[in-house]
Design a binder for this molecule. Structure first.
Ligand code: LLP
Length: 465
C-alpha cells in the first residue's frame, strides 16, 4: 500500500514509515462509508459529533461507558438479508458465529432467514438458548468433545462437519447409541494457498483442519462415512481461509470439491446433495480494501459450481456458504476515550486509549490494519502521525499501528476504530484483569446493551480462592 500525500503536510513527515498504513485522508473529519457502519454520520452543524443509529457517541459514552463496541443493528440485518437474498432459496447461508455471537444476534439471524455455524459447545448453547432451530445449525471444529457431539446430536443439529477419521467413528457411534442417523458433511482441504495471513489460511495441507484431498485421504473418509449406519453423508465442505478478496481460490476449491463429488458418484453410485464453500470473504478495514458485494460473490460461486458440475455431468448440489466477518465486521466500531498523549520527538505520537489488545487482539496477532477517527467533535487541526495503543503491560499492545489523527487531540476526546464487529469481542480476553467491554446495539435513536460490560465481581466470581 502506498502513502498518499496530504496538502497540509503531516507532522513528523520526515520519519513516516514505508508501507503498511493508509493516510492521511484528505479530510480527517470524513468517514469513509466503506469502513464505517451504514448509519454512521458526522453531525454537519454543532461540533461535528458522530452519530450512529440516530444517537451521538457522546451520549453513548455517557450511558454505557468506554470502551464499548457499538453495533448498528439495521446494518447487521441489512447485510444478513443481502447475503440471504443474493444466494436465494436454492442455497443456504450459515452465519459463522465465531465472528461474534450473542443471543440478540441469533434472533436477528433467525428473523432474517439465515442459518448458523457454531464451533463449540458454548456457541451451540447460545444458539439453542436464543431459539435458533437445531436443524438450521451446523456444528464445526477439529476436536469436538464427546459431550459436545452428544449434545449436538441430541439437539438434532442439521449437520455436523466431520474433520478427522476419529470423528467419523465417534459421531457415528454417538448417533447410533442415541438411535439417530446424523446428517454430516466431511471437511476436506483442497490444497489452495489462500492469499491471506498464514494464521487464517486453512486450505493448504500443512495445518490442522480438514482431511486432505491429496493422497486419497478424503476419498477414504467418504468410503468410511458411507459405511456407517449412524451417519447420513450429505455433502463435502471446504473453507479456504479468511479475509480473502480474490475469488480464484474459491474457483480452485470448487473445482476440486466437484472433482471429489464426481469420484464419489463413479465409485459409489451416490450423488451427494450439498456442497459448502465456507466463509472467508474480506471486508474493508481501511479505505485501501475493496470487498465484493454479496450478490457478486453469490453469482461467482454459483456459476463456478454449476459450470464444474455441468462438465462433470453431475446434478448441481445445493450450495451453502458461511460468512462471518462479511456480515458482522463492518457493522460495529469500538468507542474509546483518549487517556494520555505522548509525542516522541522525531518519531510519532502515542495515543493511549482505555482498552487495547484485550478488546482487539487482531493487530498484535495478525498485523491487522485498522482505521481510526476522532468522533466526539470535528477538528481542522493539522494531522499528526500517531500510534493508537492500549493500556496493557506490553509494548505490542497496539490497536492501530499507523494512523493520522488531528494535532489538537486531547485527553477526554472520544476516538473510534471501525470494522471491529468480527473477531474482536469474540476474541477478547481479561489480560491484566482488564474488563471486557459491552456490546451496545443501536437502532432508530435507541441503544440497547446486548452483552453487558464485565465487572470486577464477574472476575472475582471465577476466582474461587
Ligand atoms: N467457516 C469456517 C469453517 C471457518 O473456519 C470460518 C472462520 C468461517 C466459516 C468464517 O470465516 P469469515 O467469513 O468470518 O472470514 N480470528 C481470525 C479469523 C479466523 C477465522 C476462523 N474461521 C481473524 O480475526 O481474522
Amino acid at each position: 500500500m502506498s502513502r498518499s500525500a496530504h496538502p497540509a503536510g503531516p507532522r513528523h513527515a520526515d520519519v513516516l514509515p514505508e508501507g503498511h498504513y493508509s493516510g492521511p485522508a484528505a479530510d480527517l473529519n470524513a468517514l469513509d462509508p466503506k469502513v464505517w457502519a451504514q448509519t454512521v454520520t458526522r453531525d454537519a452543524d454543532a461540533d461535528g459529533v458522530v452519530t450512529v443509529g440516530g444517537i451521538d457517541v457522546k451520549t453513548l459514552a455517557e450511558r454505557h461507558g468506554t470502551p464499548a463496541y457499538v453495533l448498528d443493528e439495521a446494518d447487521f440485518r441489512e447485510r444478513a438479508r443481502a447475503w440471504r437474498t443474493a444466494f436465494g432459496q436454492d442455497a443456504d447461508v450459515f452465519y459463522a458465529g465465531k465472528a461474534f455471537l450473542s443471543r440478540a444476534v441469533v434472533r436477528w439471524l433467525h428473523e432474517e432467514g439465515l442459518n448458523l455455524d457454531v464451533c463449540s459447545g458454548g456457541e451451540l448453547a447460545t444458539a439453542l438458548s436464543a431459539g435458533m432451530p437445531a436443524d438450521r445449525i451446523a456444528f464445526h471444529g477439529n476436536n469436538k468433545s464427546v459431550s459436545e457431539i452428544t449434545r449436538a446430536v441430541e439437539a438434532g443439529v442439521g449437520r455436523i462437519v466431520l474433520d478427522s477419521f476419529q470423528e467419523i467413528v465417534r459421531v457415528a457411534h454417538i448417533a447410533q447409541s442415541l438411535g439417530k442417523r446424523q446428517p454430516v458433511q466431511i471437511r476436506i482441504t483442497v490444497g489452495v494457498e489462500a492469499h491471506t495471513h498464514e494464521f487464517i489460511a486453512t486450505a493448504h495441507e500443512d495445518q490442522k483442519f480438514g482431511i486432505p484431498l491429496a493422497g486419497g485421504q478424503a476419498a477414504e473418509a467418504v468410503r468410511r462415512a458411507l459405511q456407517l449406519d449412524g451417519l447420513e453423508l450429505i455433502g463435502i465442505h471446504s473453507h479456504i481461509g479468511s479475509q480473502i478478496f480474490d475469488m480464484s481460490g474459491f474457483e480452485v476449491a470448487a473445482h476440486r470439491v466437484v472433482g471429489l463429488l464426481k469420484d464419489i458418484r463413479d465409485e459409489h453410485g451416490v450423488e451427494l446433495p450439498e456442497i459448502d464453500l465456507g466463509g472467508g470473504l474480506g471486508i474493508a478495514y481501511t479505505s485501501d480494501d475493496d470487498p465484493r458485494e454479496p450478490h457478486e460473490i453469490a453469482k461467482a460461486l454459483t456459476e463456478i459450481v454449476t459450470r464444474e458440475c455441468d462438465s462433470a455431468r453431475l446434478r448441481t448440489p445445493r450450495i451453502s456458504v458461511e460468512p462471518g466477518r462479511a456480515i458482522v465486521g463492518p457493522t460495529a466500531f469500538t468507542l474509546y476515550e483518549v487517556g494520555t498523549i505522548k509525542p516522541l520527538d522525531g518519531l510519532r505520537t502515542y495515543v493511549s486509549v482505555d482498552g487495547g489488545m484485550s478488546d482487539n487482539i487482531r493487530t498484535a496477532l495478525y498485523d491487522a490494519e485498522y482505521s481510526v477517527a476522532l468522533v466526539s467533535r470535528r477538528s481542522d487541526a493539522e494531522p499528526m502521525l500517531t500510534r493508537v495503543v492500549g493500556k496493557h503491560c506490553e509494548s505490542g499492545d497496539i490497536v492501530v499501528k499507523d494512523a493520522f489523527l488531528p494535532g489538537d487531540l486531547a485527553p477526554g476526546d472520544l476516538i473510534a476504530v471501525p470494522a471491529t464487529g468480527a473477531y474482536c469481542r469474540s476474541m477478547a480476553s481479561n489480560y491484566n484483569h482488564v474488563l471486557r467491554p459491552p456490546v451496545v446495539a443501536v437502532k432508530d435513536g435507541e441503544s440497547r446493551v446486548i452483552v453487558r460490560r464485565e465487572t470486577e465481581e464477574d472476575l472475582l466470581r471465577l476466582d474461587v480462592g
